[in-house]
Design a protein around this ligand. Sequence first.
Ligand code: ATP
Length: 608
Amino acid sequence: MPPQGRMGGPGGHYMTEEEKAAQPKITGRLIKRVFGYLKPYWKQLILVLICIAVSSVFNLMPSILTGKIIDEGLIGQNMRLLIIFIVASLSVTLFANLIGVAESYINTWIAQHITFDMRNQMFSHLQSMSQRFYTTNNQGDIITRMTSDIDGVESVITGTFKSILSNSITLIFALIAMFQKNWILALLGIAVIPLFVFPTRRAGKTRWTLTREAQECNDEVNGILNETLSVSGQLLVKLFGKEKQEYERYESVNRRMINLNIKERMAGRWFFVVLHTVTSIGPMLLYLVGGILIMKYDSSITVGDITVLVALLGKTYMPVNSLLNIQVDWMRSMALFSRVFDYFDMEIEIKNPKTPVYPEKNTGEVEFTNVDFSYDPERQILKNISFKLESGKSMAIVGPSGSGKSTVINLIPRLYDVKAGSVCFDGVDVRKLDLAFLRKNIGVVSQETYLFNGSIRENLQYADPDATEEDMIEACRKANIYDFIQSQENGLDTMVGNRGLKLSGGEKQRLSIARVLLKNPALLIFDEATSALDSISENKIQEAIDPIIKERTSILIAHRLSTILAADEIFVIKDGEIVERGQHKELVERGGVYTELYNTQFKNAETV
Ligand code: ATP
């Protein structure tokens, strides 16, 4: 589906095949839900309705007064009346426009507040979505819902709703006024309308198709820019020497884009030629037939009346065209709303229990009992995992890549819930614990450390906004990063760069250890980076974690012998099952999975 929020676009009155296929079922429930968002603003809405009605009517008045200016002022040669009508006409125009300003303000205010509510609601909803949602859904899609789709909703309120109302009112009043003046000419004027509806529709269709193609092209351009102009993208391009190829890829889409833009602008130009020619037929016909009526049939119709009719006819073109297309606009608006609602309706997988439990102790003890888990129904990842980590103890989880080590730890802070069995934290099933409490008491140093683009201080304060300078320094000392910070000109205020990329891998890891220490969790989980660090960096990390894990309950996903040796007990996982457990020495001697890992990974790593 193309990005939305283009309803205001020229010729946006035609649904594409794609859109037709994705048409929402417009049910009473959907409409009720849409109007539910308007409900809190009903007072302002009534005000808008009044403003629209008044300004639509007042906008027609100058056209009617023109008749009086001509007949009674000019032809009647009455200076006083001429001036009165001129002043009246100008005042009415001014008044209608002032009301228009007020209406725009209130309308925009309502629309902005509705989108404000919706965005906040969506943001908070998305924050409660599970990790599964984020690993499955395209990030671009999520951002589109948050931005363009909700922006589209705003244009529905300021555009579509307003258009229905103001066009209907303008049209009704213009037609009444026309028929009051002269029904023959009024009918004639209406008869001309189909003449311009057809070309408008055609030109609109072409433009819409081109606009859509240009926008798809634009999405493609954005995609290329995102991929190639990001830090890691550029690194890849440079290291593989793909600059020329990337340039050519970009240039070709860019070229397609300008061609489409030129075509689109030109389609617009032809549209205006056709429109102007056809719309000028109507007034000419009115002058002609009006003249015949006056000259041949001695009708009571005046020159002023004909002028009024011509002016009013001009005012009916736009509303007729818009109203003819309202159904499509309406469908598209509803499609937009239902796209947003689809996200709102996605079930929150990991919910806080209704009556959350807080454990009596807070020691970070973890117990897995016969845990089965799978990300997708087809493939079971963890099978019958059972272990108990006593408080104050540490365990190392080792195993081949993809065996399920990270998956085990994902289950503790409830990033995912078990399929069968249970995970207990401090003696209580994690599904019964208060989610915020649980996560507050678990600190994870993950493989991919994520730092925000800010200073070291800001990154540390993310864990504890109230941390004092001393707290931060102490945490950094413990994490073995303080020397580095001190050596920097700006100390704690050193900027870490985009995603922390101005720091080395080891520095990032140690900084994230300091961050976790400031959080001061009962359970510490350290998912060791698989990527190799130099031995000095490794030693520094090792020196940092050794004392920490002696102090508190910890789980280490270990890839290095030194880390493994620091733990009280070693668990070996293979294909989602615990196949061995014990101490290093006995496991090496056993000749099983651990021995193999030791011979292939740990031993070599030690000698590097
Ligand atoms: P490594 O040492 O390479 O980090 P690991 O032992 O930590 O590996 P996990 O990350 O737990 O392995 O992954 C276990 C299996 O689950 C892998 O086969 C992986 O493909 C799969 N997997 C991991 N995350 C997801 C996910 N979000 N959705 C579906 N499958 C996943």
